[in-house]
Design a protein around this ligand. Structure first.
Ligand code: HEM
Length: 209
């Protein structure tokens, strides 16, 4: 078990440095067609974010057996996962948006989902910066409060992804069917589970006192 955790940590650290390396190198080979790879970085970023959220949900629901082992490995690597999610999101931002803006100029209008993506990325910045042992120690209780930001980030990402199309309308707002099914609804489901598990955990703790 300790071996799997250690290997996962090494793998995640290597992925963070590789992502940083890719982003830096890509700055020298700027092309508009980086956006296909950019979309993949966005997808990877949201998958990693879901994993982080699922780790917390499993912990608060006090799962046992195989799920407990999964939760242990994920929790032990939560900080590295957080930094990786941010790095992937940042690379996605550069490849899907910044490169295109630099090469082709700013567009006349900006679709709503883009400022939402920027807001999510901005809120992830303090989470990524404080994802280390020093900050946990130094910030104490405030570190936990700060990390409640994952809830609004999950909510914002559900809409950043779902609003990228015009397949159907709710309250006058257009949604993409594919993105709503593959990213929006899973994000909202995870968010609901996060909130429910939070209250379950609180209830169990007060019962134990
Ligand atoms: C942590 C932050 C972010 C995450 C996790 C994220 C995630 C995603 C995901 C999952 C997609 C759908 C990809 C697909 O079509 O399958 C997407 C698309 C997109 N995002 Fe983000 N995003 C983030 C931040 C941003 C930011 C800051 C911007 C720029 C303002 C941005 C611009 C875009 C664009 C332009 C697309 C469409 C990509 C394409 O179809 O080529 N995203 N994002």
């Amino acid at each position: 078990m300790a071996n799997i955790t250690k290997q996962t940590k090494i793998g995640l650290k290597a992925s963070i440095y590789f992502c940083l390396f890719l982003l830096v190198v890509s700055l020298f080979f700027m092309r508009s067609n980086w956006s296909t790879a950019g979309a993949w970085m966005g997808r990877l970023s949201i998958y990693v974010f879901w994993l982080i959220a699922i780790a917390g949900i499993l912990k608060r629901f006090r799962v046992k057996g195989f799920l407990y082992r999964v939760q242990q490995v994920l929790m032990a690597n939560r900080r590295q996962l957080g930094i990786l999610m941010f790095m992937l999101g940042l690379t996605h931002f550069f490849w899907s948006k910044v490169f295109d803006n630099i090469l082709n100029g700013s567009p006349q209008s900006i679709p709503t989902y883009q400022p939402l993506g920027l807001l999510a990325l901005f809120l992830c910045l303090p989470l990524a910066i404080t994802s280390n042992r020093f900050s946990v120690k130094k910030l104490g209780k405030f570190w936990q409060t700060l990390h409640y930001l994952v809830y609004p980030v999950m909510f914002i990402l559900a809409f950043h992804t779902s609003l990228q199309g015009k397949d159907f309308q709710i309250l006058g707002i257009y949604f993409s069917l594919g993105n709503t099914v593959f990213y929006g609804l899973p994000s909202l489901t995870i968010l609901i589970l996060q909130i429910v598990s939070h209250f379950y955990d609180k209830k169990m703790k007060t019962r134990a006192v």
